[in-house]
Design a protein around this ligand. Structure first.
Ligand SMILES: Cc1cc2nc3c(=O)[nH]c(=O)nc-3n(C[C@H](O)[C@H](O)[C@H](O)COP(=O)(O)OP(=O)(O)OC[C@H]3O[C@@H](n4cnc5c(N)ncnc54)[C@H](O)[C@@H]3O)c2cc1C
Length: 392
């Protein structure tokens, strides 16, 4: 496959990289230490045109393809993985999802604010007792005249403490089989009965706020239903391959950032009278990190290119296993790369003041969030067992 980037894609890549170096790099450690979401920078990201990267221009977005969106999240994660986590939840899980599945009125109402950064977007699916088994959610949405009344708790929701718009999954029919009784709603933070019950403190990705949400007789108007009532699973599954392809750019960028830090440190740190990059065991680490990153890049860009072309992903399509493979491999590459990058830093890498330990703490999330490595392996294995391999 040919991954020659267009001039426009290279320009976007360069602009985002320069923005991150100028605006974020100087404060990245502070964001981590204070666990502070950079609201002012968020607005600037809106001005840069990245918050609505895939949203059509008529709704205030930039209208780029998925590969360009991957290039953007890759550049953000290269400097500040935590910001990339918040960005991914906002730009893809919320805005892109709404753009693909919302009504004209919903898109006109919410997308311009999400693209400008006036609104922060979230996706609320996971619950305290429903993670990998996502369709076992227990939050209910019961019809009451023209409204729905939501009750339940959502867990680990990215951006919740600063969020305005929550794409929320709830059961509209408690008695029907799990798959058919789920509906997607747009919930606003000011709806009565909605509450962010607590902000969660994390080991990494500090600065990307995560929260628990409680719906207590939360009244949501009928016009805020996304798609068909009872067909929320179609909304959830319909964008899954796009979501995995997009998010695989995040660990790729983080791994690149970690390699850059390791390279620089290995050229500055001297032991036994010379920079440690002269030692063959250090050289081998750098070479292996680079090679794994390039292998991940091939898979990530291929998944994005493929996901862009398809009308429908899901079981039985090539993109289904490629997108899961890209996310699986990029996530585990990031974990391996940060481990070696920290090792190259020796004792200094273990100190909070050195940026590499931030990357080390941030990386683990990619094997857990938006579906775990185990679940990705199950998806890939089921596809190759049930549908074979297409090597000709
Ligand atoms: C920082 C952070 C941000 C997040 N942001 C969001 C968000 O914005 N919105 C949202 O809805 N969710 C969000 N999540 C939730 C995330 O998607 C879930 O954590 C993830 O899906 C795993 O669910 P779980 O944590 O309940 O783990 P569990 O599902 O309980 O899994 C525990 C372990 O069991 C394994 N396991 C489970 N089932 C199987 C199986 N069938 N076979 C083999 N192994 C299995 C898992 O792989 C894992 O290792 C976030 C999570 C984190 C940590």
């Amino acid at each position: 496959m040919d991954f020659d980037l267009t001039d426009e894609q290279r320009l976007v890549q360069k602009n985002v990289h320069q923005f991150m170096r100028k605006e974020i790099e100087p404060i990245a450690e502070q964001i981590d230490r204070e666990d502070r979401f950079p609201v002012d920078i968020w607005k600037k990201m809106g001005e840069l045109g990245v918050l609505g990267v895939t949203i059509p221009e008529e709704y205030g977005g930039s209208g780029f393809d998925l590969l360009t969106a991957v290039l953007v999240i890759e550049q953000i994660a290269r400097t500040c993985p935590a910001l990339a986590v918040s960005y991914g939840a906002h730009a893809n899980l919320c805005a892109d999802n709404l753009s693909r599945n919302g009504t004209e009125e919903q898109k006109r109402k919410y997308l311009p604010g999400l693209c400008s950064g006036d609104l922060v977007g979230c996706l609320a699916l996971t619950e305290p007792n429903s993670g990998s088994d996502a369709i076992s959610i227990r939050t209910t949405a019961i019809r009451d005249g023209d409204d729905f009344i939501l009750n339940g708790t959502k867990m680990f929701i990215t951006n919740a403490p600063v969020g305005d718009v929550f794409l929320t999954y709830a059961k509209t029919d408690r008695d029907s089989p799990a798959k058919s009784g789920i509906t997607t709603f747009i919930v606003e933070k000011d709806f009565p009965g909605f509450q962010v019950s607590r902000a969660l403190e994390k080991m990494g990705n500090r600065g990307s706020p995560t929260g628990e949400i409680v719906f207590e007789d939360c009244r949501v108007p009928r016009e805020n239903v996304i798609g068909v009532i009872g067909a929320g699973i179609r909304v959830m599954m319909g964008g899954l391959d796009v979501e995995r392809a997009f998010f695989s750019g995040e660990p790729l960028g983080l791994a690149e950032g970690a390699l850059e830090l390791a390279r620089k440190y290995s050229m500055e740190r001297e032991q036994f009278g010379k920079p440690i990059c002269n030692f063959q065991l250090i050289k081998a680490k750098l070479a292996d990190m680079y090679t794994e990153i390039e292998a991940a890049r091939g898979l990530v860009y291929r998944a994005a290119t493929l996901a862009d072309k398809i009308e429908r992903g899901g079981k039985g399509t090539e993109v289904h296993k490629i997108a899961a493979s890209a996310m699986l491999f990029a996530a585990e590459t990031a974990t391996r790369v940060v481990n070696q990058a920290l090792q190259i830093h020796g004792g200094y890498g273990y100190m909070l003041e050195f940026p590499i330990n931030r990357f080390y703490r941030d990386a683990k999330l990619y094997e857990i969030g938006a579906g775990t490595s185990e679940i990705r392996r199950l998806v890939i294995a089921d596809e190759i067992i049930q549908r074979g391999l297409e090597y000709v």
